[in-house]
Ligand binder design. Sequence first.
Ligand SMILES: [Zn+2]
Length: 119
Amino acid sequence: MKIWTEEERQRYEAERDAEPYIPGFTWGEFHRLPERQQEHECQKIFQIGASSLGYWKTCSLSPCRRAKACRGFLSEAQAASGRYQRRFPPCIREGTCRQSATLKEMLRLAGEPEEEANG
Ligand SMILES: [Zn+2]
């Protein structure tokens, strides 16, 4: 059984395309970017959480330490190494331990109520 007509499907896709996705990009605009640029845009956003958590204090990049904020982007070599989550900036470091902390910090900064606060 056909659930959607072609017209409905196109309308849905146009709506999804126009949906705000990350600051500065709609869903469609973001997904049409080359993969490395998508990663760059995501790193830019996660720099906010990484900065707030003070990861720049121990960052190996001097621009981060000077700015007292996460300013780094993964180098091509880091991105190709397979050791980094490519949507996070290098302040998050290799491995996964800082990723969830950064995601939580982003929600906190966005004003989402913390789960613990409800109980
Ligand atoms: Zn850094």
